[in-house]
Each structure stands twice: as C-alpha cells, then as structure tokens.
Design a protein around this ligand. Structure first.
Ligand SMILES: O=P(O)(O)OC[C@H]1O[C@H](OP(=O)(O)OP(=O)(O)O)[C@H](O)[C@@H]1O
Ligand SMILES: O=c1cc[nH]c(=O)[nH]1
Ligand SMILES: [Mg+2]
Length: 216
C-alpha cells in the first residue's frame, strides 16, 4: 500500500494480484462476464486492506481444549454502500468478506454533458456508530463521490466513519473530493493520469457500469 504526497488520505493498493486483475479489466477485449468476476475479486482483495482497522470485540467460545475469549469483527457495526449502478459489482466482494454487514444503496447517474450527478435512490441502514464503506469503481470528476458522502453526512455519518473504495481515480477528481472531504480515507487500485474532454478517466477502463452490465 502506498500513499501520495498530494493526497494524504489516498491509499493505492499495489498488491500484484490487484494490479494483475486491474490490467485485465482495463483491456477492452475483456468480456462482461470476466469483467464482473474480476471486479468482485479485486474488491474482495482490497477489502482485506480496507478493513485492517475495523474494531474487534471478544466472544466467549469453547475450543476442543479450553474456553477462551476470542476476537470477532463487530459485523453489525459495518455498512457497505454501493453507488449504483457500478458500485454493485464491488459490494458483492465486500459482502462475501463481511456477510453480517448492513447494506445501503445510493443511486446516482452522471449527466453526460454537465457531468453532474443526479440522485434517484437513497436507502441506508441507521448510522448508529457504524463504519460506512462507500464503493464505486470510478472516481472521475469526483462529483458523485462528494454527493454520496454528503448524503451520508446528512444521515448522521461523519467523515472519519467513512471509507471510500474505488478502483481507479483521476487526480482532478481527488482534488475536488479533498476540497470537501479530506478526512475520508480513499482506497484505490490506481491513481490514473487525467480526465479526457468527456470527463472519462485516461487510461481508465471505459464506462464501468456499461462494462459490468453489458449495456453498451
Ligand atoms: O466522478 P464522477 O465524474 O462523478 O464519475 C464517476 C461516476 O460515473 C459512473 O457512474 P454513472 O453515472 O455512469 O452511472 P452508472 O454506474 O449507472 O453507469 C461511476 O460509476 C461513478 O458513479
Ligand atoms: O472513466 C469513467 C468516468 C466516469 N464513469 C465511468 O464509468 N468511467
Ligand atoms: Mg456509467
């Protein structure tokens, strides 16, 4: 895991398995079926790092030898929140890791001309001191990410209780995001070069939602 001099809250997960799978996802010849499998697998691998600081509690169990107080994750203290649609593909991986987690949804779609997101669904579990893991593969202009964190803030979740898991981010989007939410920790597989004239990430992987669901 590496950090970035300009973005102290950005963590680039450079594990070879994650980088190898990301390369296959970027490849335009990769099928929808394989893209979907890879997104779930990368999210699961990233989840291993992202959950590193989750609080543990102890539970009394009996081993075949003796009784002991053994550590367990406070599963009900975690909420996974995909930003629809593409975030769904990442949430699947995290839900495998944490089957007891609550799951919320934030539906956003980006206008192709103005690049501003509009909201079509918000359904969230109670804040209740939970860690909220927001997931969306693409952080491009950053407006969708900012909007989603604003939604969580209004719901009673503070920035230090939010982790953002993306696959690829653009520097422009990270700048915009950090102007509003510098205390949200952001985890990515890659910080890419730039945005193009249509606010797509370069080199990126194209339209994540369309590639995940085969809609184009
Ligand atoms: O950083 P931004 O410039 O806001 O762009 C990123 C957003 O764009 C994509 O979603 P899109 O709006 O295409 O919706 P979809 O997931 O339904 O395809 C992506 O999944 C992010 O949510
Ligand atoms: O590169 C991009 C930018 C926004 N949304 C995507 O799916 N891809
Ligand atoms: Mg899309």
């Amino acid at each position: 895991m590496t950090t970035h001099p300009e973005f102290p809250n950005l963590h680039v997960l450079d594990h070879p398995l994650i980088q190898h799978k990301l390369t296959h996802m970027r490849d335009k010849t990769t099928s929808t079926r394989t893209f979907r499998t890879l997104l779930r697998e990368i999210s699961l691998l990233m989840g291993y790092e992202i959950t590193r600081n989750l609080p543990l509690e102890t539970r009394r169990i009996d081993t075949p030898m003796v009784a002991m107080d053994a550590p367990v994750i406070q599963g009900k203290k975690v909420a996974i929140v995909p930003i629809l649609r593409a975030g769904n593909g990442m949430a699947d991986g995290l839900m495998e890791l944490m089957p007891g987690a609550r799951v919320g949804h934030i539906g956003l779609v980006r206008d192709p001309v103005t690049h501003t997101p509009s909201e079509y669904l918000v359904k969230l579990p109670e804040a209740g001191g939970r860690t909220f893991i927001l997931v969306d593969p693409m952080l491009a202009t950053g407006h969708s990410a900012v909007h989603a964190v604003d939604v969580l803030n209004r719901h009673g979740v503070t920035d230090d209780q939010i982790l953002f898991e993306a696959l690829v981010a653009a520097p422009e989007g990270m700048r915009t995001f950090n102007e509003k939410h510098p205390n949200v920790q952001v985890y990515v597989a890659s910080l890419d070069e730039r945005l193009d004239d249509h606010a797509y990430i370069v080199p990126g992987l194209g339209d994540a939602g369309d590639r995940l669901f085969g809609t184009k």
